[in-house]
Write a protein that binds this ligand. Sequence first.
Ligand SMILES: *Cc1c(COP(=O)(O)O)cnc(C)c1O
Length: 394
Amino acid sequence: MTAELMQLADRVIAQTYNRFPVVFERGEGCTLWDTQGRSYIDFVAGIAVCSLGHCHPAVSAAVADQARQLCHVSNLYYTIPQTRLAEMLVSRSFADRVFFCNSGAEANEAAIKLARKYFYEKGEPGRTRIISMEQSFHGRTMAALSATGQDKIRKGFDPLLGGFEFIPYNNIGALENAMDASVCAVMMEPVQGEGGVICPDPGFVQKVRRLCDDNGVLLIFDEVQTGMGRTGTLFGYEHSGVAPDIMSLAKALANGLPIGAMLAVEEVASAFGPGAHASTFGGGPLVTAAALATLGTLTNDDVVGHCAAMGTYFKSKLQGLKEKHGCVEAVRGQGLLVGLKLKQEAGSLVTRCMEEGFLINCIQDSVLRFVPPLIIGKSQIDALVDCLDNLLSE
Ligand SMILES: *Cc1c(COP(=O)(O)O)cnc(C)c1O
């Protein structure tokens, strides 16, 4: 059955993904089971999505209950879970209003549209340029792609949307030079995820905020990956102590159900009046009920505090690997968004780890990325680090 299914998939599904030869059937907590009955400890979590672990009972129950009650009515009407979720997000963040959509790319589309509309409404229609960062990742739709600072991802899709420029992450001088009266927003990830787990230098985020304020420019944080506890605080921006004007969320927001959100302060959000932007599915009852259960559990069980502690522990263990193995270049990350940069190609280690029963991920050819469920424990971290230790010794 397994081999047949993989053959069928390779015949009928678009060839946009290189898949590992495994069919997953079931998940619980930090463990996944394939169709052969093999188990794996999951340090990928659906790419930083299943933060409470697979099939968390509170989320599964909320989805099941909501599925029996009401799944979809459109945004022509009010619904209870969408309203409650917006209230919860607003009360726990810098923001005053939320626009709901279905993915990270869509949340960034909304952020980009809102930034431009804000200056249009303000009578400054010439402010349209958006400064983004090299190595950034903001999604695959055309505007999000235009904001993404990686040539290999942009290649082949010209003409992209105009008005985007890139400066090197952590280079405040380059940002200063790029600033003028035609700039509408600066867009960045508090920690670059897909770009290789790149953290901001101390003070960088604060300096970006100051430059934005001095030049009347909006600051957009893409927290699609860093949001919802991943970095050891509920939102990544909390580490720097400065808030953005606009923030995008998605990945872990509903622990595996597809949802995106764009949050903004009142002054900016008010540029989106009726008809300015919309999404048929955005913020539907099913996904917002799942997000409510997710956010409630994140907070009530202090999952975020646990994540911070496990992140520190994990990085100290990886630091041990760096001291022992010359092929390790650096240990990077915040909370449980952790990267191990090797001096060599790292992809083969992903396959070897999988054979040993661990799922990990490789980005930018030489960086192993670890984004386990935030409920991961020390013994599971120890087991993976032992496995890596053995593989790096080979
Ligand atoms: C994953 C990701 C996106 C894109 O999210 P999709 O849901 O795949 O559209 C955007 N920004 C960041 C920082 C991401 O990590």
